[in-house]
Design a protein. Sequence first.
Length: 297
Amino acid sequence: MASIQLFTINATTSHQHSPFYCHHGFRGGRNMKAEQEETRKGPWTEQEDAVLVNFVHLFGDRRWDFIAKVSGLNRTGKSCRLRWVNYLHPGLKREKMSPQEQRLVLELHAKWGNRWSRIARKLPGRTDNEIKNYWRTHMRKKAQEKKKSMPKSLSPSSSSSSITLSSSSSTTTTTTTVDSLPFSGTGKISFYDTGGPKMAALGDKSSTDFKDEKGYYSMDDIWKDIDMSEENMIKPLSHNYSEEGCNIFCPSMASPSLDYCWDSLWKMDDEESKMFHPFSQSISCFEYGTSFFNQIG
DNA sequence: AAATCGCTCAACCGCAACGAA
DNA sequence: GTTCGTTGCGGTTGAGCGATT
């Protein structure tokens, strides 16, 4: 419906990236009509962000395919979800990772391997993507340091040296080994695919377990959580995803007042949310979002 | 000042899991 | 039980930008 009409975006916006600039070969200069029919890729514009935010406010953060369709963004549901989860979610922390967080990432990675989303659940306000990127950078640095400090005779080219992060607990001793030449491209395993311990043997715990009455985690809580997890080693791998999965709206991630609204909002049906959400009372999100397009169209 | 290098991070892809029909 | 559509996760890529040469 609206998708066709809405998608007459002028390619020149004030945003840094042209909407049709895409590092996957989706550059401008092609017939606009043809582009209207294609799914957009590449960097998001501020206008798109605004539209997406409003539609998420309207319909929640689960029905991505639906949102992608009705918003007129001409993006895939996956793309919308990713943008929301990694960038637009109000609870995201924008600042650099604290030393505690960095330590926690290393600790959890040693414990769980490349289970980025799981690790992210223990770091309120951090996304799996962010953690993944951090880890990658961290390991690269480590690899370079190691390489520098290593005598030539022991250089990785002549031996299978590695960086080792050890994490010991009462129940497990996990050693994470990362190839010191992460980008050498040798071997099947990605440089930061440490694999971690066999996940089936590890316990899991809902991230909601250590929220205080306000819903906030402290670093102590998180560490305590880790300890507890280790104490409860043998647990089914499956977990209550519906509960844990809503961590994206975990109160620890956003301002308490906003969270209250959001938390309850997501429990509502779509119709309810339409009625209750503050945005919907003044102006429909659809109108709000699409007004951007009209302005620049 | 220009060129090159290295790092960061946003965004893509493929695949697996899940749920509904 | 099977198929199909959707969602979530992990791996990877490359643009942009600051630092270095």
